[in-house]
Write a protein that binds this ligand. Structure first.
Ligand SMILES: O=c1[nH]c(=O)c2[nH]c(=O)[nH]c2[nH]1
Length: 327
């Protein structure tokens, strides 16, 4: 049977392709002291879209296909040739990737980049050992910074339709300052009201960032017009940690909303348009030690808990400024 499709009563509804799980690592050596380094490590998915790619699906015609191997090569090439600040900042790297594919291939209409940054924090030694080390780093937390960038061509211009920064895998726990009571009760309800409980979650959050107008190629040439992505990221993380610690939590829902209020209310975050959260409620259940006459179930005496991975609550929300605040 020929690989070419004959007349058929199906059609392609949507399609995209590219390379996933591309691992990128870049060293930036200081120009004055080459033993002093900054590093960035990413895992990248880069997908291409375009009407003219349809025959590769429907006619087995590979001629328009930019090979996924070429996509991978390009990600490494850009990691090498882009200026330091455009590679070390994941949002800027992702925007440069989008710009590259849309400016290089006229038949590619949209490019989509999803990136995870792996943490490498400079090791700081005792002063007697030299303090901050020039080229040694530690993974001091499993949380990841994430970026999603989507661009498309409209006429001669390349426009960014989505730019999202984010955090995932940020594990937090508070052993007090969290309650859950007053919830709906019916014949299916067994949960007891609780005034003091453990609250633990793994924060997953993403936020949309407004990119300056005027076409991506021009915007990237004028880097000073770009939002300060790293400052936004650290502001988002510190608001999350501050609200998590200080809020007298009525529920995951209420604390999550306050995190969003704090992020969007910070004058430093005017380019952040909205923030979305997905927070699992990782339950810690007091263990019954009554078999030894020990009281561990009442919230005042509960000291030993069973950390339960499954099932967990799962609470999501997207928060944006109200229309009057946007004016
Ligand atoms: O913060 C919470 N929100 C809920 O919706 C919920 N449901 C539940 O069983 N425990 C909790 N905790």
């Amino acid at each position: 049977m020929s690989a070419k499709a004959s007349s058929s009563n199906v059609r392609l509804v949507s399609a995209s392709y590219g390379k996933d799980l591309v691992r990128i690592f870049r060293i930036v050596r200081d120009s004055k002291d080459p033993s002093s380094h900054r590093v960035a490590e990413y895992t990248v998915r880069c997908l291409l879209h375009g009407e003219s790619l349809t025959p590769s699906y429907t006619e087995a015609d590979n001629s328009p296909v930019v090979a996924t191997d070429t996509v991978k090569n390009t990600l490494n090439y850009l990691a090498k040739v882009l200026p330091a600040e455009d590679v070390l900042c994941p949002e800027r790297y992702a925007l440069n990737v989008v710009n590259h594919f849309l400016s290089t291939y006229s038949h590619i209409e949209k490019t989509e980049v999803d990136l995870i940054q792996h943490k490498w924090t400079r090791i700081v030694l005792d002063q007697k050992d030299g303090g901050a080390h020039k080229h040694s780093f530690v993974r001091d937390g499993e949380e990841k910074r994430t970026v999603r960038a989507l661009g498309e061509r409209s006429g001669s211009e390349i426009n960014v339709t989505t730019l999202e920064g984010g955090i995932k895998g940020l594990l937090v726990l508070k052993s007090s300052g969290s309650a859950f009571y007053g919830f709906h009760r019916d014949s299916f309800t067994t949960l007891k009201e609780v005034r003091d409980r453990i609250f633990s979650t793994e924060v997953e959050c993403s936020y949309s960032i407004a990119v300056p107008k005027g076409g991506l190629t021009a915007v990237l040439k004028n880097a000073s017009s770009l939002p300060h992505f790293c400052e936004i990221q650290s502001s988002v993380k510190s608001h999350i940690l501050r609200v998590f610690s200080l809020d007298d939590s009525a529920s995951v829902q209420a604390t999550m909303y306050r995190m969003g209020e704090a992020i969007l209310g910070d004058a430093a975050n005017t380019t952040v348009q909205d923030v979305s959260f997905a927070l699992p409620n990782k339950h810690y259940i007091p263990i019954d030690l009554g078999f030894k006459g020990l009281s561990n179930l009442d919230e005042k005496d509960a000291e030993v808990f069973l950390p339960t991975a499954h099932p967990s609550g799962y609470i999501k929300a997207k928060i944006e400024r109200s229309p009057s605040a946007k004016l």
